[in-house]
Design a protein around this ligand. Structure first.
Ligand SMILES: Cc1cc2nc3c(=O)[nH]c(=O)nc-3n(C[C@H](O)[C@H](O)[C@H](O)COP(=O)(O)OP(=O)(O)OC[C@H]3O[C@@H](n4cnc5c(N)ncnc54)[C@H](O)[C@@H]3O)c2cc1C
Length: 585
């Protein structure tokens, strides 16, 4: 068995239940049809492609990986055909601007489809994600000429794109980038340096690849403020329409734990020609138009892999017969209380992270479509608050749920007959790339809580408390559980305010603050799910998942709150640990 075929019904049910979806539908331009029947039809079509084409590719790409031949990267057997089908069916165009060949659909539709595709083959999804995010970047910051040349090709999937940041000395610390961009007489820039770990840095799927690359220009200030952003194509189109290679060499493909179908490349730029995107020295802040989409995409990858692993575990637990009365035939392991505990934990986690990523997607679109400025700003603040939380919590969900799925399958989960081992390997990077969990916690504390003066937290508490008031009489225990988490979060935030002048103390507990924020955010989603009514299977599942998630939420939130208040003193023991001689690396 390679994977569990995706049933899109639970995903469609969540779209219908998402906070703000009704309001968003009312605000969309008239030509955009994002009504529920359309969403259901789109998801069914996505499911057909995912089950028929991407699911079989998942195992093949994992086993074959990618290779370099004659200096170019070749993807696994079947990847090119899958890509051709994917683009010919228009899946790269969903939430892109109509002006450039897109369908103008809201982000939530693209996110819901991404879940379907990534569940079948997360490595395949790496290319459309960076492509979609690059298109967002160019719409926001490119000049007319660059937009006209690149956007229709990116939107159609004829050309691909990368996010090209990392270097040997510049991982989380982007300000240490050393790649140099030197101005040329013809207005272009000459790029010199080495970029590492570039996903789909080279491949055989698209006709052309554009690297969205951060570099330092001569005389630029040190640190992140001195970085500028360039579009560096792998090929240059000449005035006679001839095509030549740009000065970029693929040094190697990384040998890595998972996502083998996605080539992670070391690229050397030796005087490659590039063009400036936007304004000099504003590179990093402009790139956030791409990074935000990538982070939402990683959150969705996390959801997708967690959802796939949970479904395999559920199906397996009904079929595997073990235990029960020795005088009778063995029972399905799903009959055992401890297995039910694991399955409930996994499924409820999947449903709340799905609700979280979808609520975030809707807020992103409302920040664009809301008519009055104040509402727009509130949606913007709420989406910025939820983004690092969803990136981290959904990424962690993939790791933890796939690990738990292995536990449910027992020995069968550890051997490669079942896809849960690959799920765990593929998922492990979700909490690392696009900003590690530690850096997301730092972002939530320093930017969202302190620099933005808690505007996002305020917007979140407002909507979450409104939900508590709404459900307080019908879901008494569940509402109380969320109410406790919200009070603890507000208290932790005011406690941290005391440490603005001693950020090291606060940094020591930033991860616990993010976890507490994540419990509060998922508690809000869970209460909404618990309140869904209806007798169809999808609705009953949502309500059960919400209630289960809330059943121990206040305990988890209490622990994280206590750890925030505990502060940094216990880190003093680190000096004793580092005093012991270390292994040689
Ligand atoms: C499969 C894969 C695909 C990738 N794709 C791309 C891509 O397409 N484009 C691209 O540009 N990059 C890509 N990357 C790189 C990725 O974004 C980086 O790995 C990530 O940003 C972390 O950087 P690092 O690995 O150097 O870790 P480091 O920065 O060395 O961090 C190591 C640890 O130290 C912690 N740490 C570091 N600094 C701080 C600090 N100031 N405060 C607190 N904690 C800190 C981190 O949280 C982490 O736990 C990819 C990586 C992988 C593995």
């Amino acid at each position: 068995m390679t994977s569990a075929a995706t049933d899109t019904m639970p995903i469609a049910a969540q779209v219908a239940a998402t906070f703000g979806i009704g309001r968003l539908r009312g605000l969309l331009p008239q030509h955009v049809d994002a009504g529920q029947p359309t969403v259901v039809a789109i998801l069914e079509a996505a499911g057909e492609l995912a089950n028929a084409v991407l699911m079989p590719l998942n195992r093949v790409a994992d086993e074959m990986g990618c290779r370099i031949e004659n200096g170019r990267v070749l993807t696994a057997t079947g990847h090119r055909d899958a890509w051709r089908l994917f683009t010919s069916q228009g899946w790269t165009t969903l939430d892109q601007s109509e002006e450039f060949g897109g369908q103008d659909l809201p982000t939530i539709v693209a996110v819901a489809c991404q879940e379907v595709f990534d569940r079948a083959c997360p490595a395949f999804g790496m290319l459309p994600l960076s492509q979609r995010a690059a298109a967002r970047l160019l719409v926001a910051h490119a000049d007319e000429e660059m937009r006209t040349e690149w956007l229709p090709q990116l939107v159609s999937g004829t050309w691909g794109a990368t996010i090209c940041i990392s270097e040997t000395g510049a991982g989380s610390d982007v300000g240490r980038i050393r790649t140099i961009a030197t101005p040329q007489a013809d207005g272009t820039w000459s790029i010199d340096g080495e970029k590492i770990w570039i996903s789909f840095g080279d491949h055989d799927l698209t006709e052309r690849i554009g690297h969205c690359l951060l570099a330092r220009t001569p005389g630029a200030p040190p640190g992140a403020a001195g970085l500028s952003l360039f579009l560096v194509p792998d090929t240059l189109i000449q005035s006679n329409d001839g095509v030549i290679r740009n000065a970029i060499v693929v040094r190697r493909i990384e040998d890595k734990l998972g996502l083998h179908g996605s080539p992670t490349c070391v690229l050397e730029f030796g005087g490659a020609q590039g063009k400036l995107i936007g304004t000099l020295h504003r590179g990093l802040s402009q790139l956030f138009a791409m990074i935000a989409t990538m982070r939402l995409g990683v959150a969705t990858q996390g959801l997708a892999v967690a959802a796939g692993a949970a479904e395999v575990a559920l199906a397996y637990a009904e079929e595997r017969l073990q235990g029960g009365n020795p005088d009778a035939p063995p029972v399905p392991i799903a009959a055992h209380a401890d297995v039910q505990r694991m399955l409930l934990g996994m499924v409820s986690r999947v449903e709340v992270v799905r609700g979280l990523v979808m609520a975030l997607a809707v807020q992103i679109d409302l920040a664009r479509y809301e008519r009055d400025e104040r509402s727009r700003q509130e949606c913007e603040a709420l989406s910025q608050w939820l983004l690092p939380i969803a990136k981290t919590f959904d990424g962690e969900a993939a790791v933890e749920v796939s690990s738990e799925a292995i536990q449910v399958l027992g020995g069968a989960g550890y051997v490669n007959d079942w896809p849960v081992g690959q799920a765990l390997r593929d998922a492990r990077v979700f909490t690392i790339y696009e900003g590690t969990s530690g850096m997301q916690a730092h972002d939530l504390l320093h930017r969202r809580l302190w620099r933005d003066q808690g505007r996002g937290l305020e917007a979140f508490l407002k909507v979450a408390r409104a939900e508590v008031s709404l459900q307080a009489t019908s879901l008494v225990a569940e509402s109380r559980s969320l109410d406790v988490a919200l009070s603890l979060l507000a208290d932790a935030a005011s406690h941290l305010a005391k440490w603005v002048e001693q950020p090291v103390r606060a940094d020591a507990v930033a991860t616990h603050f993010l976890k507490l924020s994540a419990y509060a955010a998922t508690g809000w989603i869970a209460l909404r799910l618990a309140g869904t009514t209806g007798y169809d299977a999808a609705t009953r599942r949502l309500a059960a998942a919400g209630r289960y998630w809330l059943s121990d939420l206040s305990y988890k939130a209490t622990l994280e709150h206590a750890l925030v208040l505990h502060g940094s003193d216990r880190l003093g023991w680190f000096e004793d640990i580092r005093a012991v001689p270390r292994c040689r690396l």
